[in-house]
Every structure is written in C-alpha cells, then in structure tokens.
Write a protein that binds this ligand. Structure first.
Ligand SMILES: *[C@@H]1O[C@H](CO)[C@@H](O)[C@H](O)[C@H]1NC(C)=O
Ligand SMILES: *[C@@H]1O[C@H](CO)[C@@H](O)[C@H](O)[C@H]1NC(C)=O
Ligand SMILES: *[C@@H]1O[C@H](CO)[C@@H](O)[C@H](O)[C@H]1NC(C)=O
Ligand SMILES: *[C@@H]1O[C@H](CO)[C@@H](O)[C@H](O)[C@H]1NC(C)=O
Length: 507
C-alpha cells in the first residue's frame, strides 16, 4: 500500500521535473538575452517621494563578481537539471523531496507556473541535519537578546558540509542586527515557527544597513510559516527628521537580501520597519512567495520591497500595506515578475525613481500583472528625474490590474521632482516598449491616465489596451493626459486616450 503510494507520488514528481527542466531551459534562453553585465557598481537608485526625502541608496561596499550573470545562470540551469536527474534515479522519498523542491523553485520562476509542488505535498527543503536556535541558547521570550544564539547557529550552518536546516521554534526572538552571511558550504534552509523582534530604540546606523541581512548565499531557502519580522518602527518614525536634514538612510531596513542566488523566501511578514521593509540587491533568480508587508499609511519612508541590480526576481502573492511605494524598482533590474500582489495603503507599484545619478544600469523586462491597488496615491508608475543623465527603461508590461480609489492610477512622470529643487533640462531616461493592458477600476481624482514623457527623449512604442477607469472624485469625468508620447490604442478605452496635454503643475 505504502509502496504503491510512493510509486504514484514518484511518477507525478518525474512528470513535474521533466516539465520544470524544459521550462528552466526556456527560461535560460530568455534570461541570457541582454544579461551580459557584471555587478561592479554600487546601487545608486534614488528614492524620493512626495512626503519625504530619502537620499541616495548607495551600497557601501563594492562587490566583485567576475562572472557575467548570463554565464552564471547557464551553469545554474545545467547544475539544477543534473541534480534533478540524479535525484530522479534514486527511488527514495528523501531524494524525491529535494528534487521536488528544486523543480518547484525552477518552475516558480516561469510566468503562470503552478504553485510550488513541494509545498503542496508538504515536502520541505533539503534534508539533512537541523540546528535549533533554542537548543543553542536562544530564549525566544521577547525580552532576552538572542543575537548571539542566532549567530552561533548560523556559523555552524555555513560550515556544514551537508544541507542544513536552521529551525526557529515558536516564540518571539529579540535580536539586534543579524548578519547572516555566506558563502555556505552547503545549502541552508531557515525554517521559522517563531517571530523576530528588533529593539525599538532608535540608534543611528551606517546608511543602507539592514536589521536582518541575508547575504552571499546560494540555494538558500527561507520558510517563514507566517513568521513576523517586527522592526518596532513607531518610535523611529516619530523622530525621523529626514525631511529637514535630507539624510534618510540612517535607520535600518528590516530585511536585506544581497547577492542571493537561486533562492526562495516564503511565508514571512515584515511589520513596522523603521525604514524600507525589504531591499533586494544584486540577486539572481530569487523568488518571494507570500511575503507580506504591514505598516501604517502614515509611516515615513517605509517602502515595501525595493529591487535593484537583480536579475530574475519573482514576487508573488504579497499583501503590502505601507507608507510609501509598495514595490519600487531601481536601476539594473531585469526580468522581474510581480504577480498577484495587493498594494494599499501605499504609494503604488513604481519603476524608479531613475536618472538622479550617472551610470544607472537599464531596467529591462518588467512584468507586473494580476495585481490589486487600493487607496493609494499612485497605481502603476514610472518616475524619472528632470535634467538626468541618459538611462533606459525597456520592456515594462502592466497587465490585469484592478485600481480601487487610486489618485493617479496610470502615471508616467518624467519630471519627477518632489521638492521642487531639481536640475533643469529634460530627463534623458528613455522609456520604450511600455504596455498598459486591461487596467480597470476607480480613480479618486480626475486624472486617471497621465503619460508625461520627456521632451528630451519622447517615449517610444507605448501601448494602451483595454483601459476602463472611472473617477469617483468631485472634479468630473476622468481624463487621460499625455505629453511627448503617441501611444497605440486598442480595445475599450475609458477615458479616451490622450485628450489633453499634461499640465506642468500636476504631478
Ligand atoms: C543518489 O543516491 C546515491 C547513492 O545512494 C547518493 O550518493 C547520491 O547523493 C544520491 N543523489 C541524490 C540527488 O539524492
Ligand atoms: C532558480 O533557483 C532555483 C532554486 O531556488 C533552482 O532550482 C533553479 O535551477 C534556478 N534556475 C536558474 C535558471 O538558475
Ligand atoms: C479613497 O482614498 C483616500 C486616501 O487616498 C481615502 O481618504 C478615502 O476615504 C478613500 N475613499 C473611499 C471611498 O474609499
Ligand atoms: C523594443 O521592442 C522592439 C520590438 O519588439 C525591439 O526591436 C527593441 O529592441 C526593443 N527595445 C529595446 C531597447 O530593447
């Protein structure tokens, strides 16, 4: 009986693996185009918003990576295919389990792929020894500083020569800055049943530092099971004077993922971060599944998830409530898929801001689909600074988005200048191959669509298809305003496309 069930399970897994290998190969083809770049530069993606200045987002450390991302990705796929094949030849439940998790992670990258198989079957990540933080001295009482226990466990895990699972049992673990850095000798799974809690004290930190930092890891798997990363930011927001000082990066980002490769983060919630909630930087092939963000609308500079200089990131199934952009996308981001995300309150789903600094890498291949945006001041937007150095956004698809009471549901803003102190001259960030498709719902102001492209480099190849946005505001019927762009229009179009020029005084 058990044997029969195992056989049936195994057959299903084989089929799934075959599909995943085919998909991974296809994926490689897509990823290989135009990713021959290396990761020498700092992230200079700037973030500002209407409410507060954020300053620049430079990474303090220069990172050396000689291999081009393209060739690395190629090696990855070969490796993954080989390990799936070898696991398939071992008819044991354990190897089937690890193959299933590899296969599901690979298929997770593909648009519209099925839900993770491993999760469905209740299979967990790599088998191997597990290390329990409580057994290593953590208290989990919400009061004792458990930092040392976490660091001790981490040290063991990165030295382990077999895949290792770190388990965090139920409880609230008060921890200071955690630098969970690789490389690890074997893949690590971080399995949580308890929550992490930051000290509430506001201490000035090195700019761009994080509270919980996962760094330089391959095949890393964080299984959150609903774990909360509580930044305890409410005190920090009150004393955050960055609007006056212009220095807004001296508070910790709740979670930083830096140089993660082929990794998966699932089932966590970041609450009340002191600054941004999550920063994904220099990562390749990382999937976030059911990663939620929760902070009040009034919290200052609490961007949900920022992605920069990363290739092949997928964000799926997030519910994001915060005081700033729900998702923001900086220079050097390629092949990003955002799917099934709920945003609001917050400032919407944004590409940019771009063009504040020289040598920003292009943003390419962004897909944002099947999302709901509610009670935010922007829906989907692209923002670039005036007087900018040359830059590029190429290939952005916003598709199947529902807007609920959003001030500016569709916005291209190439005169982004939140404080009125900007360089003169047009933005030179070229926007091309943009598509806004099947975007429906309500706008809380009259302006439902605003495509304000730069006179210095008018937008190229912009498509509007099946837009239906009605205004619930008191200023009358919704309008669509355009400058320096001639979009192609297909399907239903409410309001009619580009019936007026953008007004200079409007955002
Ligand atoms: C398959 O089994 C062999 C022998 O038991 C073992 O050495 C190998 O690591 C296994 N491969 C996988 C992927 O489980
Ligand atoms: C992406 O990462 C997963 C592990 O999370 C891995 O199994 C898969 O092979 C990777 N895909 C590529 C194209 O590197
Ligand atoms: C619309 O959103 C605004 C915030 O932007 C909020 O104050 C207002 O109550 C919302 N209206 C409705 C009808 O939900
Ligand atoms: C924009 O799309 C066109 C048509 O698909 C393509 O030829 C062009 O290379 C794209 N632009 C960029 C910068 O990738």
């Amino acid at each position: 009986m058990v044997g029969l069930r195992l056989k049936a399970l195994f057959f299903v897994l084989l089929v799934v693996m075959a599909i995943s290998i085919a998909n991974a190969a296809k994926d490689l083809k897509e990823q290989d185009v135009g990713v021959q770049r290396n990761l020498h530069e700092d992230d200079k993606g700037d973030k500002k918003d209407a409410k507060g200045e954020k300053g620049d987002k430079k990474d303090d450390k220069k990172e050396d990576k000689e291999e081009s991302v393209g060739s690395k990705v190629a090696k990855k796929v070969k490796g993954a295919a080989a390990s799936v094949a070898s696991a398939a030849s071992n008819a044991s439940a354990a190897s089937a389990a690890s193959a299933a998790s590899a296969a599901s992670a690979a298929s997770g990258k593909i648009k519209g792929a099925v839900a993770p198989i491993g999760d469905k079957l209740g299979l967990k990540g790599p088998s191997g020894p597990s290390i329990d933080v409580k057994a290593s001295g953590a208290k989990g009482d919400g009061k004792t500083d458990d930092t040392a226990a976490f660091m001790a466990v981490w040290k063991k895990a990165i030295e382990a020569t077999t895949p290792t699972t770190i388990t965090v049992p139920k409880g609230d673990y008060l921890v200071e800055e955690l630098l969970l850095e690789g490389p690890s000798k074997s893949p690590i799974t971080f399995e949580m049943h308890g929550n992490l809690k930051a000290p509430s004290a506001v201490t000035t930190r090195k700019p761009h530092s994080g509270w919980v930092n996962f760094r330089k890891l391959k095949d890393f798997n964080l299984i959150g099971n609903g774990a909360i990363f509580d930044g305890q930011g409410s005190v920090a927001w009150k004393v955050n004077d960055c609007k006056q000082t212009g220095k807004c990066n001296n508070l910790p980002i709740n979670i930083r993922l830096t140089q993660l490769d082929n990794s998966r983060i699932s089932g966590i919630t970041s609450t009340n971060s002191k600054l941004f909630h999550m920063n994904i930087h220099q990562c390749t092939n990382v999937t976030l599944q059911d990663v939620h963000i929760d902070a009040p609308a009034e919290s200052l500079n609490t961007d949900g998830i920022h992605v920069g200089k990363s290739v092949g990131v997928t964000i799926r199934g997030s519910k994001i409530k915060t005081g700033d952009d729900c998702i923001s996308i900086g220079g050097g981001t390629e092949n990003l898929l955002v799917e099934g995300v709920e945003c609001g309150p917050g400032h919407g789903l944004s590409i940019g801001s771009l063009g504040k600094y020289p040598n920003e890498e292009p943003v390419k291949g962004i897909t944002i689909r099947k999302c709901i945006v509610k009670h935010t001041d922007n829906g989907v937007r692209i923002k670039t600074w005036p007087g900018s150095p040359p830059g590029l956004v190429s290939g952005a698809l916003f598709e199947d988005i529902t807007m609920d009471n959003v001030s500016l549901p569709i916005l291209v803003d190439q005169v982004y200048c939140p404080h009125g102190k900007c360089k003169s001259g047009p933005s030179k960030v070229q926007l091309e191959n943009l598509s806004f498709k099947n975007i429906r719902g309500t706008s809380s102001t009259k302006i439902a669509v605003q495509l304000n492209c730069s006179p210095g480099c008018p937008c190229k190849n912009v498509a509007l298809a099946d837009i239906n946005l009605v205004s619930t505001g008191k200023e009358g019927a919704a309008v669509s305003a355009c400058s320096n762009v001639k979009p192609t229009v297909t399907g239903k179009m409410i309001p009619a496309a580009c019936t007026e020029e953008c007004k200079p005084d409007k955002k």
